[in-house]
Design a protein around this ligand. Structure first.
Ligand SMILES: [Zn+2]
Length: 486
């Protein structure tokens, strides 16, 4: 089986084969922090968080880097309008974004580099491109020479000959070709700038990502993400710069792009004024409900934003939450209760497991994976309601415990664990998915019971799941003891 991903570069689904398994290197283009983040920014962040959780679950060792473009025309403009220093604008909005990510249960990236921390690298790469003839100096600016990179257009499928006539509109004396872009641009004295061999200036946007990727992750990475609006020119230019500089191909093995979030049919972007502030949504709705909403469409499909859709996702999360709570209560009751038709629950379990994992393997189809989870929630709910034939005893308990563990497992991968089990956003990363003491104790008890009736399969399963979540079990004569792996 294995994972298949739709790669923008080849325009088809391919088997996902990392360069150096089990390592997986991922870079995701982050925000330009000139204003508060809106719900559209959360879509790629939550998607990549799920990719990371799933790959980790499968045994890969993931390194994920997401940048902040903390110097940019928009930030400079905002600074002129408000009188605030650009660093302050960028820092305030970056912090606000990170706080929203924390509330959204996004596992922090391994690094959140800021473009301004990589000025030396940017200058070094620009010098390298100049030395190899891929760039030229014009006035105080440095431009990338598109004609020096014959594969230009391979990501977006654009043809240089077709691009040229359109680009001529903005023809500039300074550039050899209208398609060339600035790696470094001279700035007026009243704007933020850094000294460079070409005078005082600041980097262009595209070179920033090339510099952060190559200096943090290396010349060739496994996955690169971002919104579809970044395919051209941003990512196209990143490829040209990075492959020209390092000589290593491919710069990125798999390009995965997210479609936009639509606010009532309009493009979700700050420039259009359609802003739904992320922090406000998070203060009004449970983060898990917002995550379910964001994962309810495949990444390559446009996701419409409406309060009704969000509220329906919140209700879905509440259903998951209350079902797990009912199941928890049932499992805690030592009575010999059961279900009249355990087969139905067993079938639902198998079907959900099968659908969930094949959906996740198929280009991370979170929409289908979620619907499979809710099928199991429904089946578990009816099984819990069904009190006609309380005869199945230990066998039924086993089934309920397994269904419960399934929901725990899926919720951990999707990052939507109900708070009552988690407390998890506050808990340490090691106990993700099994953060609460009550839950761990319950599972250990279920495992003890399973062992006493020699159900080694279930006992091992519980031990394995707890271990995955950083809980170590030690069997002792009086029952199992557990501790958190440090
Ligand atoms: Zn970027």
């Amino acid at each position: 089986m294995g994972i298949k991903v739709y790669n923008t570069l080849t325009r088809r689904k391919e088997d996902f084969v990392p360069l150096n398994p089990p390592r997986v290197l991922i870079y995701v283009c982050g925000i330009t922090p000139y204003a508060k983040s809106h719900v559209g920014h959360a879509r790629p962040s939550v998607f990549w968080d799920v990719v990371r959780r799933y790959l980790t679950y499968l045994g890969y060792s993931v390194t994920l880097v997401q940048n902040f473009t903390d110097i940019d025309d928009k930030i400079v403009k905002k600074s002129k309008e408000t009188g605030l220093p650009p660093e302050e604008i960028a820092e305030t909005n970056s912090r606000q974004y990170l706080e929203s990510m924390r509330r959204l249960n996004v596992i922090p990236a391994d690094a959140y580099p800021r473009a301004t921390q990589y000025i030396d690298e940017i200058i070094r790469i620009t010098e390298g491109l100049l030395a190899k003839g891929h760039a030229y100096v014009s006035g105080g600016d440095v431009y990338f020479r598109v004609m020096s990179f014959p594969e230009y257009g391979k990501l977006s499928g654009k043809d240089v000959d077709q691009l040229l006539p359109g680009a001529r509109v903005e023809v500039s004396e300074a550039k050899e070709s209208p398609l060339d872009w600035a790696l470094w641009k001279a700035v007026p004295d009243d704007e933020p700038g850094w000294d460079s061999p070409w005078g005082r200036g600041r980097p262009g946007w595209h070179i920033e990502c090339s510099a952060m990727v190559t200096s943090i992750l290396g010349p060739s990475i496994d996955m690169h993400g971002g919104g579809t609006e970044l395919v051209f020119p941003h990512h196209e230019n990143e490829i040209a710069q990075s492959e020209s500089f390092t000589g290593v191909k491919p710069y990125v093995r798999y390009w995965l792009h997210n479609e936009m979030l639509n606010l009532e049919g309009e493009k979700m972007s700050k420039s259009l004024g359609n802003v739904v502030a992320l922090d406000e949504l998070l203060s009004r709705y449970p983060a898990e409900g917002l995550r379910i909403y964001l994962l309810s469409a495949h990444r390559r499909k446009i996701l419409d934003f409406s309060i009704e859709l969000l509220e329906s996702s919140v209700r879905g999360w509440e259903r998951l939450h209350s079902t797990m709570e009912r199941c928890y209560d049932f499992l805690r009751t030592p009575a010999d209760t059961g279900v009249s038709s355990p087969d139905r629950l067993q079938n639902a379990r198998q079907k959900t497991r099968q659908t969930f994992f094949s959906a996740m393997d198929d280009d991370f189809n979170t929409a289908l994976a979620l619907s499979a989870v809710f099928d199991l929630v429904s089946a578990l709910n009816s099984a819990l309601t069904d009190d006609k034939g309380r005869a199945a005893g230990p066998e039924a308990r086993r089934l309920f415990a397994e269904a419960y563990l399934d929901l725990l497992e899926f919720s951990g991968i999707l990052g939507i664990l109900p708070d009552v089990w988690g407390g998890q956003r506050e808990a340490s990363a090691q106990v993700r998915g099994a953060g609460s003491k009550d839950l761990i104790e319950l599972l250990v008890r279920i495992r003890d019971e399973a062992r006493s009736r020699k159900d080694w399969g279930l006992a091992d399963e519980i031990r394995r799941k707890l271990q995955e979540n950083g809980v170590v079990i030690q069997d002792e004569p009086g029952g199992a003891r557990w501790s958190i792996k440090s």
